[in-house]
Design a protein around this ligand. Structure first.
Ligand code: SF4
Ligand code: SF4
Length: 438
């Protein structure tokens, strides 16, 4: 039985040997699936696109590719379309993923406004929260943020992609952070790392390439809890991988076409952190890490918050931070439904919610009646599902609550818009105001 603590759970981290190994690269998968907006996509069958060229606005080819069709994936939102590209290397020897040679731009000549423009043009996405980097920088600038943090808080078991990038590529992260500070006008910057990781072979350094590293301890969830503190007021956090892409974009004018992920779990022989082209199917990634057993479950993301998949063609995206394989399915499920009222889910909830009550109301279809339980404060850390001895997927009920609530709010909004407006409303209001003053 996992250890529970009030407001979180204590988890074994299993970050070795992944963290200590060099970051590997997967250069040439046979095909990639790129997310597109169908309205703006107009490629012909077998049309060729060169590496780093756009396939539609905001989406760039990670390799030399040819368009071969469209596809959706059942486990992802099925309204999302992916364009399928086969890689085409008949006439090209190699196409390195990372920039080489001299920088194309002088760093000092790049202004803060330039940095925001470059982040926008190169479609850089923060891997931790999925937001466009240029929007985060713009908002932070307008809010007068003074301290920026390079986010490498990997608090879920197995996942060390952020820590790996921070400790293996500190130079790139450091310059990316400098550019981000320039864009925002921030005066101070630090790196944040989850340090409650007893299984590491080497201690975590407190300073890297001139960057001060703040170590965060405590039980899971730390990232989602700290996000509230480190993203409030004068602070903002930016994912370390997004900072590496910002560095490359400013240095060499290249768009974000790769992501950094942890490939791990008991079904691969060589767990490691890897840089892979966005759109690479999960199967190719597992093969590269030495698939030795048939996994019963695979998660895109860590074991606490990742999405379970069965289709091995599913592609990784800019926000994918891990592909973890498991021999057994130990996860919570909506099929389990016999709550014994032990109260553990309440004890571990870091937001002091009552997950089993929320589940009860949602199951009974009384979404509106559980508003007083403040389920909207849920940070989807999944501690409740993890600790439940009956294997009930409580976080799925809370997510369902959010969706139903959203639908109710939208219905209310459209009813209000459709309702006939009283004639001469302006005049009436004025009369009421005048009356109330008199
Ligand atoms: S209810 Fe939400 S915040 Fe509370 S433990 Fe469950 S997932 Fe985490
Ligand atoms: S942890 Fe599971 S069994 Fe215990 S009260 Fe919560 S839902 Fe019920």
């Amino acid at each position: 039985m996992p250890k529970r603590v009030y407001g979180g759970v204590e988890l074994d981290q299993y970050k070795e040997p992944t963290f200590s190994r060099e970051i590997r690269r997967l250069d040439k998968p046979e095909k990639v699936y790129l997310p597109i907006d169908k309205e703006q996509f107009s490629m012909r069958y077998r049309q060729r696109v060169h590496q780093n060229q756009p396939v539609c606005p905001g989406v760039y080819a990670p390799l030399e590719v040819r368009f071969t069709g469209l596809q959706t994936f059942a486990h992802l939102d099925t309204s999302r379309q992916f364009a399928v590209f086969e890689t085409a290397y008949e006439d090209i020897e190699d196409a390195p993923l990372a920039p080489i040679g001299r920088p194309k731009r002088e760093y000092d000549a790049i202004s803060g406004e330039d940095v925001i423009e470059i982040a926008k043009k190169m479609a850089i996405i923060d891997e931790y929260d999925g937001q466009y980097l240029y929007q985060k920088l713009q908002r932070a600038k307008e809010a007068g943020v003074t301290v920026l943090y390079a986010n490498a808080i990997d608090d879920e078991p197995y996942v060390s992609a952020g820590m790996g990038v921070l400790y293996k590529m500190p130079h790139e992260v450091g310059i990316g952070l400098e550019f981000a500070c320039r864009a925002v006008g921030a005066k101070e910057s630090y790196a944040l790392v989850y340090a409650n990781v007893g299984d590491l072979d080497t201690p975590l350094k407190g300073s890297l390439s001139g960057m001060k590293v703040k170590k965060l301890y405590g039980n899971y969830p730390v990232y989602k809890r700290q996000a509230v503190q480190y993203r409030s007021g004068q602070n903002e956090m930016i994912g370390v991988c997004a900072l590496v892409h910002l560095y490359r974009a400013c240095r060499d004018d290249i768009p974000q076409t790769t992501c950094f992920i942890t490939v791990g779990g008991s079904c691969v022989a060589n767990p490691c952190n890897m840089e892979v082209p966005i759109g690479t199917p999960v199967y190719d990634i597992m093969e590269k890490a030495g698939l030795i057993k048939n996994p019963q479950v695979i998660t895109l993301g860590g074991p606490m918050t990742g999405v379970a998949i069965t289709d091995l063609d599913v592609p990784v995206e800019a926000t994918t931070r891990a592909v973890i394989t498991y021999e057994e399915n130990m996860g919570a499920s909506l099929e389990h439904d016999d709550c014994i009222g032990c109260g553990r889910c309440v004890q571990v909830c870091p937001r002091r919610l009552m997950p089993y009550y929320i589940r009860k109301y949602v199951k009974a279809g009384k979404t509106e009646e559980c508003m007083h339980l403040h389920a909207e404060r849920c940070i989807e850390c999944a501690c409740c599902s993890f600790i439940c001895p009956m294997g009930i997927d409580l976080v799925a009920y809370v997510q369902r609550y959010s969706q139903e609530l959203k639908a109710i709010e939208e219905a209310q909004k459209s009813r209000a818009q459709e309702a006939p407006q009283p004639q001469n409303a302006g005049e009436n209001t004025q009369t009421e105001e005048e009356n109330s003053c008199s």
